[in-house]
Design a protein around this ligand. Structure first.
Ligand code: 5GP
Length: 170
């Protein structure tokens, strides 16, 4: 494996997730929240974020894919849909990284007829310079420059998701 450089270390990630959790608790006071994680990359972030929030949280997962290796195919396909109804629920889509915005745009359209009361987006990372579709992302952990990052859920050919930090490959 190529050299992996640390971009954001574990302590910084956890401090920022603490702040995001407080913000979400304030915005959703006393409400039940459905955390809709996008498999597989959102898993570590979703766990770290949800365990810091006192509200009732329901976990749901959806699986889509758009990436092969380090290049986006640009086409999104749905592999696993949600089983339970989200009608009338307050949903937060939890994502590892928003890059072009195509995945979130696809999901927002897909979820449209499911009748949620509200849908917001929380992402650990965002690459604003890569955006093709303008989106309002409600909770952003870190804005990063255009680098291919790995770790904390993010993979390189399905590996490196378990790194406890965000790194980039030279
Ligand atoms: P978008 O649809 O916004 O272009 O891309 C979102 C998805 O692309 C993310 O969920 C993630 O799977 C993948 N992706 C985008 N940038 C990166 C990156 O720097 N590293 C990795 N590992 N995946 C990325």
């Amino acid at each position: 494996m190529e050299n992996i450089n640390v971009l954001i270390n574990k302590a910084r990630i956890e401090k920022r997730i603490d702040e995001m959790a407080k913000e979400i608790e304030k915005d959703y006071e006393g409400k039940e929240i459905v955390f809709l994680g996008i498999l597989k990359g959102s898993v570590p972030f979703m766990w770290e974020l949800s365990k810091r929030i006192k509200n009732d949280i329901i976990f749901e997962f959806i699986e889509v894919s758009s990436y092969k290796g380090t290049e986006s195919t640009g086409t999104i396909s749905l592999h696993k849909d949600i089983k339970n109804s989200i009608e009338g629920k307050d949903v937060i889509i939890v994502e590892d990284i928003v890059d072009t915005g195509k995945t979130i745009d696809f999901l927002l359209k897909h979820l449209q007829e499911k009748g949620a009361n509200s849908i917001k987006i929380a992402t650990l990372l965002s690459k604003p310079s890569r955006r093709v579709i303008e989106l309002n992302v409600d909770y952003i952990g870190f804005k990063i420059e255009d680098k291919f990052v790995v770790g904390y859920g993010l993979d390189y050919d399905q590996k490196l998701r378990n790194l406890p930090y965000i790194g980039y490959i030279e």
